[in-house]
Design a protein around this ligand. Structure first.
Ligand SMILES: [Mn+2]
Length: 354
């Protein structure tokens, strides 16, 4: 698997008439070589592929990395890599554009450098079967965690306590890492798409947006559900919920491999615009999820016109946010398979009044 990924990257490099590259993004190193530690660089060239790390990861790199040579050094990593690469006869070196400037500057004194933008990120857009299995695991752990704490979501409970329980529940379920600060936003706060949980208690008639996810085996999940606290005068809340649900369903059912990512965005956006809330859906419809919570493809109006492909995994998360009333977002993850989208998120999507 890893050797095949490295071959695919080298094929891309050859198209650009490059042979040697230094991968510095830890996420991309994990993707290409399987190394999960926090300190490493990966040098790929015709003569050999080498993972450089230090003493802390001697044992781990030997266990995790089988397709590249592992070299342990106690010297400054970039000084060491520069001399190593020179011994291999490397003069031209391609770097990822996310490299730290001072590293770039140091290497520029020794090599003729070119920048690689998103080459590995582009390879990562289409997931293989093993990646999809890991993503399903990450989704299941986060969903089960939510089901376990759902009874706690009711009037009188604070946003923070719900977020805390959900995160604790995810960890109990074997999530390795919380994907991002869990969002629990109720009432007026739910009109902020990226609200932070506060000490505010849930009140009657509040919409409650809960956005959460976890990492499992390196892969992430990301999902949002909006609940409604029972109370009088909840018609408007129900109405916007229905619009968002229709937008979510229409977009997912409309996904086809003939469409581009912005066209998928347009399906969801049209439903919300037709209902008169176009101005209240100010973010993209979705984003890829994999080794990072937010990765390519971007599913939004302004995103590149990338064709939808089998193996892509991304979110569909339309929302409507109305100041002083509240917001609704319904976020599912989908995988594209045989030309259509399959929903990966299994939690119910009908409005739940608690
Ligand atoms: Mn998301």
């Amino acid at each position: 698997m890893y050797s095949e990924r490295i071959l695919r990257l080298k094929r891309e490099l050859r198209k650009k008439r490059k042979s040697a590259c230094l991968i510095t993004s830890l996420t991309n190193i994990r993707y290409l070589a399987g190394f999960t530690g926090s300190y490493a660089c990966l040098l790929l060239c015709d003569r050999e592929d080498v993972l450089f790390t230090d003493f802390r990861y001697q044992e781990q790199s030997a266990r995790e990395v089988s397709t590249c040579r592992c070299v342990i050094t106690s010297k400054d990593l970039f000084v060491f890599i520069a001399s190593y690469a020179k011994k291999l006869g490397i003069k031209d070196l391609s770097l990822e554009d996310t490299i730290i400037y001072k590293r770039y500057e140091y290497l520029s004194r020794h090599f003729s450098l070119t920048m690689l933008s998103d080459v590995v990120e582009d390879l990562r857009i289409v997931k293989d079967a093993s990646e999809i299995e890991l993503i399903k695991e990450a989704i299941k752990k986060a969903e089960d965690a939510f089901i376990k704490i759902k009874g706690h979501i009711k009037a009188g409970v604070t946003e923070r306590s719900i977020a805390l329980r959900l995160e604790e529940s995810m960890k109990h379920n074997g999530v390795d890492k919380i994907a991002f600060d869990t969002i629990v936003a109720s009432g007026k706060n739910s009109a902020l798409p990226h609200a932070k949980p506060t000490q505010k208690k849930l009140e009657k008639g509040d919409l409650v947006v809960i956005d959460w996810g976890g990492e499992s085996g390196g892969y992430f999940s990301d999902m949002t559900r909006t609940l409604l606290v029972k109370g009088p005068n909840i018609e408007k809340q129900k109405e916007i919920y229905d619009v968002v649900l229709t937008a979510n369903t229409s977009a997912i059912e409309g996904i086809r491999t003939e469409l581009t990512a912005p066209q998928v965005d347009a399906i969801a956006r049209q439903v919300i615009t037709d209902a008169g809330h176009g101005q209240r859906f100010g973010h993209g419809t979705g984003h890829g999820v994999g080794l990072e919570v937010h990765e390519k493809p971007r599913v939004s109006a302004k995103a590149p016109k990338l064709l939808i492909k089998d193996g892509m995994v991304f979110t569909v998360e339309p929302g409507i946010y109305i100041p002083n009333l509240g917001g609704v977002r319904i976020e599912d993850m989908v995988v594209v398979s045989e030309g259509k989208a399959q929903r990966l998120t299994t939690l119910p999507r009908n409005i739940e009044i608690v």
